[in-house]
Each structure stands twice: as C-alpha cells, then as structure tokens.
Design a protein around this ligand. Structure first.
Ligand code: GH3
Ligand code: MG
Ligand code: MG
Ligand code: MG
Length: 299
C-alpha cells in the first residue's frame, strides 16, 4: 500500500494554473483536473483523491463551499484540501484553515515550496492510511479484526435490508483447539490459526465478502448478496479445505487431523431479522454443529 502513486485533484478555473500544477505533480502522482466547483465535487466523489488543490475563486461556487460539501459527504469528508489562491489576506487564509483545509498557499506560488508542502501532506495521508489499516487488522492472522467486522457487518446488513438482498454470515471455530495447544504448544497453535485464516480468506470469492477474526480461535465470514445455498457451499468447501491441510492432531476426539466447525445463518432477500439476531442464529448453528459431532457445517 506504500508504493502506489497517490491521487491529486487540481481544481482551478485558470487553465495555466492547472497546467503548471499538473506538470509539477505528474511525474510522481496521478493527476485529476477540474475547472469548476461542481466538477471538483464530482471528480472527488468518483476518484476519492488523496489530496485536493483547491482554488478559491471558481465560476460556480467558491472553494470554501466546495470544501464544505466535501466535508458533508462521509465518502469525501477526510480528503485533505490545500487552498491555492490569489486571495492572500490573512482573514481569507484563516477562513480556509478554520474550515478544515490542511494548508493555504497564495499565488503566485513558488514551485519548490508547493511541491514540498504537497509532499508533506501526502506523507500524512499515507501514514494515516497505514494506521487505519493496522487499526482494522488482526496482527496474528492479518484478517480484519472484530472492530472492522462489526463496522462492516452493520453497513452490509443495512444495505441488504434497503435493497432486499440476501445476507449470509458464518462463524468458524477450530475443533479441539485447546487440546491442540496443550499437545503441540501455543506457537504451533498460532501457526495453525494462521493457516486456517489463509483458507478462510481464499474461500471468500467476491470483493464484498469478508473473513475476519472474531475472537481467539473463532473466525467470521460475511457474504453479502449470497443466499443460504451458496453460502453453505462456500462454508462446506472451507471446512473441507481445512481438513485437507492434513495438520496432524493426535489429541482430537474428532479426527486424526485438524478440523473446524462452521455455523451459518442467512437473511433471505426481503428478510426482516435484525443484525444481532442474524448473528445469534449463526452462533446457535455453530453450537449445534459442535453438539452433533464437530467437523461439520450447520445452517
Ligand atoms: P471445541 O471443539 O468445542 O471448539 O473445543 P476447543 O478446545 O477448540 O474450544 P475452547 O473454546 O474450549 O478452546 C479454545 C482454545 O483456543 C483455547 C485457547 O487456548 C485457544 N486459543 C484462542 N486464541 C488463540 C491464539 O491466538 N493462539 C493459540 N495458539 N490458541 C488460541
Ligand atoms: Mg480561480
Ligand atoms: Mg471457541
Ligand atoms: Mg474451538
């Protein structure tokens, strides 16, 4: 995630200014251009740039208004904005910064200084992205963590209800994992957990599918727009894939190799269960998978 070129949107009605800034930025950045406030907002929403270099005097609305609208939309609220403007009065600058701009550069500008400031702000953006990524990730398995799952689950549940799509959720729990740790040691247990997590991740086929680590040795799978039959198929393939890892487990009462149990539940298209109830149903299904012998999928 560090090597990717960052996107900068230049919003200025003056063609020469756009050209000069674009030429400065192009070697190292993806440059997007807008001539008006409306165009800037449209490009920002569509491309989610890392940084907007925003002129204040635009033909349709002023730059302050553009910034206000960016902040009002959750999708664009966190985009960094640098004003780059001929309005050099201290009160103009104060107003821009108060509205939440990262910086304020007056024209005529010095290219080297502009580049240095852009680099500084983009570095901040990169570090913030990295921190966000780490805050959402489980360190052991590199899957999404529980906090991330909870956020995405809420969003996907809402989306499924609104569009009357199916939504499937499944909980995976390693069988006899306590005995595994006791016999093979905790570091070996960690390796197994990572291997199971890898299988879970590769079982997720669509970009909107999510595998997360919910707790100790429990993973969750979230499959939007997936009905019960499809989700059961995915879960069964995952259960089988873990068994096929052929990880020896001498102390398991279930099988000579490591196995998992999976419980799932589906909100059918147009269904009405609330998000906690759907999750509880998956947990209940897992409990029954365990009770009925483990190494199985129950929906
Ligand atoms: P069951 O088949 O009923 O699921 O039995 P179990 O032994 O797997 O279930 P239980 O919940 O009793 O034990 C879970 C074990 O998972 C206990 C704990 O030591 C282990 N565990 C949880 N998190 C980790 C981890 O991060 N690393 C390792 N190595 N073990 C973990
Ligand atoms: Mg202008
Ligand atoms: Mg458990
Ligand atoms: Mg277990």
């Amino acid at each position: 995630m560090n090597g990717e070129a960052q996107k900068v949107l230049i919003a200025d009605d003056d063609g020469i200014n756009r050209q000069v800034l674009a030429t400065l930025l192009k070697p190292d950045h993806v440059v997007l251009l807008a001539k008006s406030g409306e165009q800037a907002l449209e490009r920002a929403q569509r491309h989610l740039p890392d940084l907007v270099m925003l002129d204040v005097m635009l033909p349709d609305m002023d730059g302050y208004e553009v910034l206000r609208r960016l902040r009002a939309d959750p999708a664009t609220a966190h985009i960094e904005v640098i004003f780059i403007t001929g309005m050099g009065r201290p009160e103009d600058e104060a107003r821009g910064l108060k509205l939440g701009a990262a910086d304020y550069i007056t024209k005529p500008f010095n290219s080297t200084v502009v580049m240095a400031r852009v680099a500084t702000h983009l570095q901040v953006v990169r570090q913030r992205r990295l921190l966000e990524h780490l805050a959402h990730m489980d360190g052991l398995t590199e899957l999404a963590n529980r906090r991330r799952f909870d956020d995405i689950y809420a969003v996907e549940w809402e989306r499924a209800r609104r569009h009357q799509h199916a939504l499937s959720v499944a909980i995976l729990d390693i069988d006899a994992f306590k005995q595994y740790n006791d016999h093979y040691g905790h570091p070996a247990g960690d390796r197994v957990l990572r291997a199971v997590a890898r299988e879970a991740r590769s079982a997720m086929r669509r970009p909107s599918d999510l595998a997360a680590r919910y707790g100790g040795e429990e993973l969750v799978l979230l499959m939007p727009e997936t009905d019960a039959a499809q989700a059961l198929f995915v879960a069964e393939a995952l259960r089988e894939a873990v068994a096929q890892l052929l990880v020896p487990h001498e102390r398991s009462t279930v099988s000579p190799v490591l196995t998992v149990s999976i419980g799932g539940a589906t909100m059918a298209a147009g269904g009405a269960e609330d998000a906690p109830a759907l999750f509880d149903a998956a947990d209940e299904a897992l409990y029954r998978a365990k009770e009925s012998g483990r190494n199985r999928v129950n929906w």
